[in-house]
Design a protein around this ligand. Sequence first.
Ligand SMILES: Cc1cc2nc3c(=O)[nH]c(=O)nc-3n(C[C@H](O)[C@H](O)[C@H](O)COP(=O)(O)OP(=O)(O)OC[C@H]3O[C@@H](n4cnc5c(N)ncnc54)[C@H](O)[C@@H]3O)c2cc1C
Length: 419
Amino acid sequence: MKNRRKRKVIIVGGGLAGLSAAYQLSQHERFDIHLIEKSNRLGGRVDSCNINGQVIDVGGFLVYPWYKIYHELIKELNLTEELIKVPMARDYFASNQKSCEKYDKEFKLSFKDMVEIFLGVFPNQLTDYDPTEPGLHGYHDLTVKDYLKSLNMDVDKTNYYLSVFDTYLQGYCYGPVSEHKMAFMAATLFQNILHGDMHAASYLRNGGKVFIDALQKELESRGVQIHYNCSLEKIDNKQLVTNLGKMEADDFIFCHTPEEVSYSKFITATVSYSGTAVVEGDTEWGSCFYKEDEQLFPILSIVNLEKLYGKKAAQHLNLNIKVNDNKSTNITSPDLLLIIKSEMQQHFREITILELVNRVDWDKAMPIATEDFVESTRGKQGENNFYYAGDFMGCPSMETALYNGKRAAHKLVHDLFVE
Ligand SMILES: Cc1cc2nc3c(=O)[nH]c(=O)nc-3n(C[C@H](O)[C@H](O)[C@H](O)COP(=O)(O)OP(=O)(O)OC[C@H]3O[C@@H](n4cnc5c(N)ncnc54)[C@H](O)[C@@H]3O)c2cc1C
């Protein structure tokens, strides 16, 4: 170790990437750590709301078996008992078909399909399969959809893979395959396919807030200073210009949402209803996923909250709505409710939507980073004591956010203290 002085580090963004970076760095006593967060809460795209005293997730929540860092943190924070398996309720895809059956029969990939996918569609994944640091330039910056089309497979085969991938991605609560760059999703899909579908995943039975709160408590006990309502506006050499004034530091880790990346927009709406929500005669369904259509606010997925959170959340649904018209992002809640009511009529005739219990407007929800942008960020890692994590790395999941934050912190420690 060369340097004995306490170094001031500013971490920008209090989502999983920033929290993970702070968690790693705070294991070393040599840092004076400040985390700045533009909103009044931590967690970013992991967010929860409250129904009848039950905390439920409205953002990232599915934890796949390959989430190594996530599982490690859960253990370290003594939350193992909070993490439970997603219940075996049926999931439906494109509800106008016998889609549950279709999913059970067709979307469980056979061994032959898997071999074909891994050899033919994911050529890089067998050697380069790390979702937290995907190989770049293997997919020519194409979206998942365009990449599949570029393979010039039989049309039926292309459509089949499109449906399978759309299903796997939407099971992840993402937008449709026409939006995500293959380079970033391939590695994630590879892992999901290998480790099973949604039913192999876990979630926190009292919502992701439990995880964020435990992290916050741990960071505060280690002396990390958290500055809420503090927004980075500009970087001026070694100074951050924020709405609360200028801040200086020795090192910086940027984990906020980069301007250079484009994003798709979503609204997660929690609604209450009366009546019985039936899908294809099934009252015990878990979730429904729909193909995107031309509407300005298509509902992409519906989650039956009672299945995940029990009786207190009965008669409540989470709707994941894509916002296709930027101008309408600021839609009022009464107008949104009208749209929801009319769209839900097409999907569920037997229920009446009563109330919009909660809404989260994800202005910056799903990152659509280019390979060049991520490559250039990787190249700049550590330059001028600037480090990057989260969406700067094309981050598409909770695990990759945690991993990127940890990796940025490790690199900083390594650059400073290890020859
Ligand atoms: C509806 C939804 C469902 C999802 N489902 C899943 C899932 O089931 N499983 C899964 O693994 N992933 C899921 N994800 C993705 C996952 O939640 C995210 O990839 C992950 O949480 C991103 O973490 P992050 O730290 O990179 O970014 P964020 O969580 O966005 O954190 C960035 C933080 O930076 C702050 N910030 C932004 N700009 C500034 C600024 N200028 N100054 C200061 N602070 C700033 C923001 O307020 C925010 O708190 C889902 C995402 C959404 C939206």
